[in-house]
Write a protein of this length. Sequence first.
Lengths: 370, 173, 163
Amino acid sequence: MADILTEGTEELLLNMGPQHPSMHGVFRMIVHLQGETVTGIEPKIGYLHRGLEKLAESRTYAQFIPYTDRLDYLASPHNNMAYCQAVEKLMGIEVPERAEYLRIILAELARIASHQVFIASAALDMAGWTAWGYPFRDRERILDLFEMVSGSRLTVNCMRIGGISHEPLPEFWPALESFLADMPEKLEEYYNIYLGNEIAQARMKKIGILTKEKAEELSITGPALRASGVQYDVRKAEPYGIYDRFDFDVPVLYGCDTFDRNLIRFMEINESLKIIQQAVRDIPEGPIMAKVPKVIKPPVGEVYHRVENPKGELGFYIVSNGTTKPERVKIRSGTFVNLQCLNEIAVGTYVQDLIASFASLDAVLGEVDK
Amino acid sequence: MDVAKEKELREAEALMEKNVLLTTIDKVLNWGRGHSFWPVTFGLACCAIEMMAAGGPRVDISRFGYEVFRASPRHADVMIVAGTCTRKMAPLLRMIYDQMPEPKWVIAMGSCASAGGPFADSYSMITGVDKIVPVDVYIPGCPPRPESLIYGLLQLQYKVNHPDKVRLLKHGK
Amino acid sequence: MGNKEVLRKNVEELASRVNGTVEEMLDYLVLTVKAPYITETLTAAKNFKETPCDFLHDIAGVDKMDHFEVVYHLTSLRGPQKLRVKAIVDRENPVIDSVTRIWPGANFMEREAYDMFGIQFKGHPNLKRIYLWDDFEGFPLRKDYVTEPPEVRNIMRVRRADE
């Protein structure tokens, strides 16, 4: 049967160009096809390359914080936190308790918002229009919470070197409580319209297999690694901030396929809700900003700090030469390294499976292209 | 109270009671075009997420008639450039613009598309998308709220419905 | 002995074999070697007894004014060990061995270092530019690169036939 299908076919090069209806941004793939079977993929990136690392060398340490927002723009408090913690490690600054708790609340809210956009766009790639609208409706509540802390919905610029910039408005706490109370049933709803659907399950199970050995060799991190059977989370392996005081599990699945990469994000939203509840219960009163010198001049040295971004591991390698501007800032973004597994998971399958598998990797081009 | 205008309105009202409307073809066509723009999906970066949120349930672009985002530029009439346009992407932006049929308009959403944004002095950026395509409406913000995007679209609707006012401004008369 | 002491012992033993220096910076052990020894160093680090550093996080290029440095960050998925290996590369003729044979995940990371600095990685399967377009002249992250003024940057470049 296979001979009849491939006899008389030539290799076709299909360009899934930078402008396309999927919601992932300006990503381009050249797909080598034999009939409908994929035989090779060349990802071509760089259409959103803004030169952040060169810009960092002409801005001061505090002026670079808004640029880190625009890396993974779906979870911007997280990127801020990674950069600020890296500089604080370099300078030896200790952040007050209330600021640490607030940082964790914002970071976990960002994780939930990012996973909601993932559910929406993964469903949209498979033409599930209903499942696009529901997460966006609930994400608006998280964006309202961000607005109460920093004034901006998407690119919050609320973390500073030494703490948080503003105290949240008094309406923040009741709104957060009602959001936490409503979320579990909304999660049920998302499952029923997206993952519980038979068609979605048939399209995603046993597709896009990424084995454990390959995942470790290709330096994959984040939910894609945890869906392949490796229980590794930076929040448990090398705790940053005050994550070691919270009680949460790291979910792990052993299916290694696209369905598991989707399901594990549902489980992570549950864990994030637990962490936020514990933080709201334990948050103390106090200052939100440490005593930091007016001009930030770290000593000569270098630091590599990593956090668990919703998409993978985000690392900042900062080399300082004692002046007010950094000598080198290297951004290790999770999705950039995760894109290397495209050849592994999609070669040998059909074009529609390629779309579903690529959606499960959750690529955000701001992070890939810096 | 302008006497001539008052007379015109009263005559139009009398005709409307008999279900008759007098107008010009241009006005009808402009009314139709302005109330149903079909944008082409050109979301590049963070502004694209706010554009998607504008199409979402809370801020609904569909109540104005603009929710039909077409993937192919041949079906579209407005191009909302939402996000950062780099030097690598610029020729492709021009290619998509050229493929759109007339009449077509361009909205530059966000500060990166209007003037290069915070990245204007980077080696890989162009300072604003109006160096490549002619822009009709600029929406500042980083990213602009979805309500700002709707205000920008309504300004474009005003521009389409009143081409005489815009032409006066453009040629300096 | 604790994990840190075993790792330090292993690293010092390795340093004496490859003429490298060991120091400690903010709780990371840093091993500095010269470029020709890098394959031997990294293979040995991946196979350390009791504290193997077998997960590659990042390959970064740094431009110190008189030489380049290629920095490898290694940890492990099964233990708390962390190691940073720096390779000193000559600035006039920057060539270093590629580590894609040890870790296939170094593919994109080395292409990025080539794109930004011009460091040639010998043995890389596909060493082309990744972020910038293929006809771009110069290597942006070098300290002596001068950004072009906006009048030059705003000229739309001519698209090649295969783009």
